[in-house]
Design a protein around this ligand. Structure first.
Ligand code: HEC
Length: 659
């Protein structure tokens, strides 16, 4: 075995053109030092991807960075440059420190499970791998040049291996010497070449329980996963695919930055679980001894996961055409209840999962006729949002939402045709409290409705905020964007200027919508802002992007974009007996958070929408602009809004009197 390896290595070293036929590099996704996600195959439109192997505290890498920068300056348009750190002792945090200290301006992929380093056979820092994207094979691996060795450094290099290799790959030619010896610090891979050990990982005691914990909820008969984990044979058959989805972090569909506040019922695999699954598969997915626990996996009952509901209502049937775009639907169902109830949980079952993109549910005390008002009716007394990944919401302990007798249950439904006509009847289940809970649960949205995403841009960030005018307690966060959304965050900006990150989703995936419940609800003082930021990839490299040539505006349909950060919270001083509620303040908070681009707290002329700047310029707002500057603060705007509301009330009273 050893001599075979040696022969192969010799062959690669001296094998001339044949050496280009090196191993194909399988796709992977890793998070960088800032927890942003990078996927290898995303860079398919580049000619090559350069990976420089690094580790903290390695002088050779530090010395080589200026050379890598020069090469990037030359090839940066056609080649992607990344660093990769697989060393056991480095963490995201220590890598961030190294980045700051040495001014490193390349993303460093953190291979904390060492799975990628193991298969790329990384050995020493200082090595570069040139991956040819036309076939995903390693076209060159070795040093950048001959300038730096152990304790020697020349002023300039004589041989420019990386430059030569890139010139060849970019020109579609073979690299003459595809592998060279590297000087650098040795990286410890204790689990590499441990196939015999890995073959002892027990399917029945280790692998199957991980799958039961993390995957089976969706991967069982009748559930949303496309195949069911019902036996060892199924797992063995899907093994290569399981390895791929784990290495690319596509499954389970859940990824949050785990350095931030803990998320309740988090679904991600731990680092150990990822390693164990992949090592077991790479060792040939052995069955071993013991019972097969997956034989006990039961189909998902066509029932409610939260138990028997107190009320189930059905949406009116809706037939979704085979193709085309369906405008949002706003059906309303008469509320059959003749008493007021406090809701403690909501669950939604789409009739046709393939066509139901999302459903929002809320109620109103009045009957609201079809028309403009219907569109917002769901937000009057909001209950929850359904999307794959968010089927139910059990409200936080001690909270509930009051649904008054009568009126209507409102839905906002987004249907997406899938090639065959389908008639959907979705069901909504409500669960009631026995008696009124202590607190009213509320829902609001940080909205960035003035977004504008330039065509072709790969990382465009939009942000907006919601300012709490009273102390509040935040329970859960629901980031939402469309096809171009790739990364999303929530932070709290405290009144004293401190910023506390709450949630970071490194790889937002439009196919999955999660309501992230904070394990510990967070209390925020008055004047705090909940800031929602999302990054959009409007380049052609984004496989989900329907049109990279388009400047993308705000819009409800998926080909337009949204910056929509839903959140559930309660007012600290409000109780269900003594609720604090001020609808106008909500609206103004949303309006300011969307338009106040520089986060100054006041709308300047260029931030105002046209109707407002027109009023402002005409002098009609002068008496509200108490500090006489060129902007409107939120309290100044509030005074104007109160005045307008009073005027409207007077006019309508006058109209009634006249009749
Ligand atoms: C929340 C539900 C859910 C969970 C949890 C989940 N999956 Fe999936 N899985 C799906 C769905 C839905 C698809 C189909 C995705 C698609 O077609 O894009 C899928 C697809 C797959 C595929 C096929 C490859 C593909 O992209 O179509 C594999 C393999 C897989 N899952 C493995 C896993 C493993 C392993 C776990 C646990 C570690 C897991 N899944 C957890 C819902 C889930």
């Amino acid at each position: 075995m050893r001599s075979m390896l040696f022969l192969t290595a010799m062959f690669i070293l001296f094998g001339g053109s044949k050496a280009a036929a090196s191993e194909r590099v399988d796709n992977f996704r890793l998070l960088d030092q800032d927890h942003s996600a990078h996927e290898l195959y995303y860079h398919k439109n580049a000619k090559a991807v350069v990976l420089l192997v690094t580790m903290n505290g390695c002088p050779i890498v530090r010395n080589l960075l200026p050379d890598l920068r020069d090469i990037r300056a030359k090839f940066g348009d056609e080649v992607e440059f990344l660093l990769i750190n697989s060393s056991l002792q480095d963490t995201h945090k220590s890598i961030r420190q190294e980045v700051a200290e040495f001014g490193i301006d390349f993303p460093i992929l953190v291979d904390d499970a060492q799975l990628i380093g193991e298969t790329l056979e990384l050995d020493r820092s200082g090595e570069v791998l040139v991956i040819d994207t036309s076939n995903w094979r390693v076209a060159y691996r070795g040093p950048i040049n001959d300038r730096v060795g152990y304790e020697i450094q020349r002023n300039s290099a004589k041989a420019h291996y990386l430059t030569d290799a890139l010139a060849a790959v970019v020109a579609g030619q073979t690299v003459e010497v595809p592998k060279r010896e590297v000087f650098g610090c040795i990286i410890n891979f204790p689990e590499r070449d441990q196939k015999t050990e890995h073959a002892k990982i027990s399917y029945s005691e280790t692998i199957a329980p991980i799958l039961e914990d993390r995957c089976v909820a969706c991967h069982r008969p009748n559930a949303i996963g496309p195949w069911a984990m019902t036996s060892y044979e199924m797992i063995r058959g899907f093994s290569p695919m399981i390895r791929e989805v784990v290495r690319t972090r596509r499954m389970p569909p859940w990824e949050v930055d785990t350095n931030l506040p803990e998320i309740h019922a988090a679904r991600g695999l731990t680092l150990e679980e990822r390693k164990t699954l992949v090592h077991w598969i790479e060792a040939g997915s052995p069955r071993g001894i013991g019972e097969d626990p997956l034989l006990q996996v039961k189909p998902l009952e066509n029932g409610w996961l939260l138990g028997e509901p107190d009320l189930v209502v059905e949406a009116p049937p809706f037939t979704v055409p085979a193709t085309g775009i369906v405008e949002y639907q706003y059906p309303a169902i008469p509320n059959p209840l003749d008493r007021d109830v406090w809701v403690r949980a909501v669950s939604i079952q789409p009739g046709q999962t393939k066509v139901v993109h999302h459903i929002l549910v809320g109620t109103s005390e009045e009957v609201i006729p079809i028309g403009d008002q219907r569109r917002d009716a769901v937000f009057r007394n909001y209950l929850m949002a359904y999307a794959p990944g968010a089927e139910s919401y059990v409200y936080p302990e001690g909270t509930g939402v009051l649904v008054k007798a009568g009126g209507q249950i409102h839905l906002q439904v987004h249907y997406t045709p899938y090639g065959r006509e389908a008639t959907d009847v979705s069901k909504i289940a409500l669960y009631f409290h026995d008696k009124a809970p202590v607190h009213n649960l509320r829902q609001q949205v940080v909205l960035g409705f003035d977004l504008q995403i330039p065509s072709g841009e790969a990382r465009h960030e939009e942000r907006a905020y919601f300012e709490f005018d009273k102390p509040a307690i935040i329970y859960s966060l629901f980031p939402h964007a469309h096809f171009r959304g790739i990364e999303t965050r929530f932070d709290i900006h405290m009144p004293d200027g401190k910023v506390e990150p709450l949630l970071h989703v490194p790889r937002y995936d439009f196919n999955w919508q999660h309501n992230y419940s904070l394990a510990e609800p967070i209390k925020v003082p008055a004047g705090s802002r909940l800031v929602h930021r999302s990054v959009y990839d409007n380049s052609a490299a984004n496989p989900a992007n329907p049109d990279a040539t388009r400047e993308v505006p705000w819009g409800l349909q998926s080909h337009d974009e949204m910056l929509y950060g839903g959140f559930f919270f309660r007012w600290e001083n409000g109780t269900s007996k003594n609720p604090v509620h001020d609808e106008l303040n909500f609206q103004i908070a949303q309006f300011y958070g969307a338009l106040d681009d520089d986060f100054s707290g006041a709308l300047t002329l260029n931030e105002m929408p046209p109707w407002l700047s027109k009023l402002f310029k005409s002098g009609q707002l002068d008496r509200f602009n108490t500090n006489k500057d060129n902007a409107l603060t939120r309290s100044e705007y509030r005074a104007f809004a109160d005045y307008s509301a009073a005027e409207r009330a007077k006019n309508s009273a006058a109209n009634v009197n006249r009749q």
